[in-house]
Ligand binder design. Structure first.
Ligand code: 5GP
Ligand code: ZN
Length: 140
């Protein structure tokens, strides 16, 4: 379970580091992000230590998504943001900084200017199709 000695989120799960808890159940914990990108920024983690989407078990990722949905509904009701991003990062190039699988529940406010927007650039349909072929080959 939450047994990685050096993992900061495992330390939170073991109670060695405090956190502001929102919700906990047998499989997950939801708590406030200590560096909020916006007011109400929360995180959801599985109790099981796994570094990313590739390592996390199907049971743990399912539980995490269900808790994220529950927390998103509560944020929506409590804070009435203009929108909510459910965001999850894998690898440093994707901005992952804590290597215990987690999902951000990030309230968004009109004009908050958070930079997650890569804009809309029309793609080359032939190139898109070729990438799809390569991905489908791995999906089986
Ligand atoms: P990542 O960049 O890996 O997607 O997100 C990690 C998140 O964990 C960051 O938003 C960061 O602020 C948050 N975080 C890192 N250390 C702690 C901590 O000790 N307590 C809490 N509550 N959040 C943390
Ligand atoms: Zn961990």
């Amino acid at each position: 379970m939450h047994d990685d000695a050096d993992c900061i989120f495992c330390k939170i799960l073991r109670g060695e580091i405090p956190c502001i808890t929102l919700w906990e159940d047998e499989a997950t914990l939801a708590f406030m992000d200590i560096n909020p990108a916006n007011d109400g920024h929360a995180l959801v983690i599985p109790r099981e230590h796994a570094k990313d989407v590739h390592a996390v078990s199907e049971v743990a990722i399912s539980a995490t998504v269900l808790t994220a949905k529950r927390v998103a509904a509560a944020i929506d009701a409590a804070l009435k943001p203009d929108g909510i991003n459910l965001l999850q990062c894998n690898g440093p190039a994707a901005a992952q900084s804590v290597f215990h699988y987690h999902m951000h529940v990030l309230p968004r406010y009109e004009g908050d200017d958070l930079k997650m927007n890569w804009g809309m650039r029309p793609g080359d349909m032939e190139a898109i199709g070729k990438f799809a072929e390569r991905i489908r080959a791995e999906l089986g």
